[in-house]
Design a protein around this ligand. Sequence first.
Ligand code: IPD
Ligand code: CA
Length: 266
Amino acid sequence: MQPIEVLRNASKIVYQNVKDLAGTKAAAEDHGVGKGGDISRKIDIVAEKTVLDYLKKVKFDCIVLGEECGRVELSKNPKGFVIMDAIDGSANAVRGIPFFCCSLAFAPKDRLSSITDGVVTDLSNGDMYWATKGKGAYLNKKKITVHKQIPVYKIVGINVSGAKPKLVKKIQPIFENSNHSRHLGANALELALFARGLIDVYIDLRDKIRVTDMAAGYIISKEAGGTILDTNLKPLDSDLSYETRLSFIAAANKQILSEITKQLKL
Ligand code: IPD
Ligand code: CA
């Protein structure tokens, strides 16, 4: 089985296993601090176990890098890494806000830029966003692309959770110049909406986001024609380590990128 099929199958089963759990009291059960540094909730654990069980069942030779479970070597002869955030948007999932997803990616090497496959499944409705390097990005069976034209309403996605005063000051012009800013609470799914052309630019400059939270969104956005840059305006790249924290701008077209970089004085 190709990596993309493995990821798609695993995330379908995650949807089945968690769709009735989200928003319940049981979903919030505390399972201690995960490898990514946040408290693991029951819904995170159920979703991760689903993926791990499936990868073992189909004997997919890989090393899993999971947000809660950390590094799990499923083979002595791995083909590469499965980068797993089995629930991205855990706070939404626990509270029952219908915006959270399962994010799975595959990389043959230990680099973000080496990712070849990604799947983001919207766990509120089962919609699946997916991409394989060089083959485009899809929402279920439909090909998707970022929004290249001037939009009727320009939608600026920006993650401001926990933003420190220095960052608030830096991003103030973004709010001043945008009447339609959005912050929805699950980076991987926000990148999927960006790839689908519903959000024109998505910005996270907090130096906080983990590779697990955005590996799948990264390849889906790129395959949909998006540009993802770091704060030096270089193509975003990093290793896949747990310690790595990222900041980035994902832009649908040159015009919006140039507006945003001017506003941010980058
Ligand atoms: C979180 C989401 C959220 C972002 C947090 C992440 P998690 O992922 O992506 O949008 O603001 O920094 O931790 O913890 O729900 O997997
Ligand atoms: Ca998570």
